[in-house]
Design a protein around this ligand. Structure first.
Ligand SMILES: [Zn+2]
Length: 99
């Protein structure tokens, strides 16, 4: 598989080698499969983190949400709600209209 540039950047988060909250490079995996940061102490499920990163990559590749939900076997609503986070970040005018 050929990795795109944005996928390479996400690799450290994908493997649990960097904290998603503070980007600190010292992390460890707990017994229940969570990645815990050595600096900020926050932890997140590695399985859930990978699923969220897959949704972000699908959003970047402009794949339809329904297709992604079928492929990943998760609900369409969950994909849409998570894909709205980066779309809101890149369209500040829609933020102002909604508030
Ligand atoms: Zn951290």
């Amino acid at each position: 598989m050929i990795l795109l540039s944005h996928q390479k950047r996400l690799t450290s988060f994908w493997l649990g080698r960097a904290c998603v909250f503070c980007s600190y490079r010292k992390t460890f995996v707990t017994a229940r499969g969570y990645v815990k940061c050595a600096r900020c102490g926050k932890q997140k499920s590695l399985k859930r983190l990978r699923r969220e990163l897959e949704i972000i990559c699908a959003f970047v590749e402009q794949r339809p949400a329904l297709q992604v939900s079928v492929e990943m076997k998760i609900s369409y609503q969950k994909v849409v709600s998570f894909a709205q986070i980066p779309s809101r970040a890149i369209t500040p005018s829609s933020n102002m209209a909604s508030t």
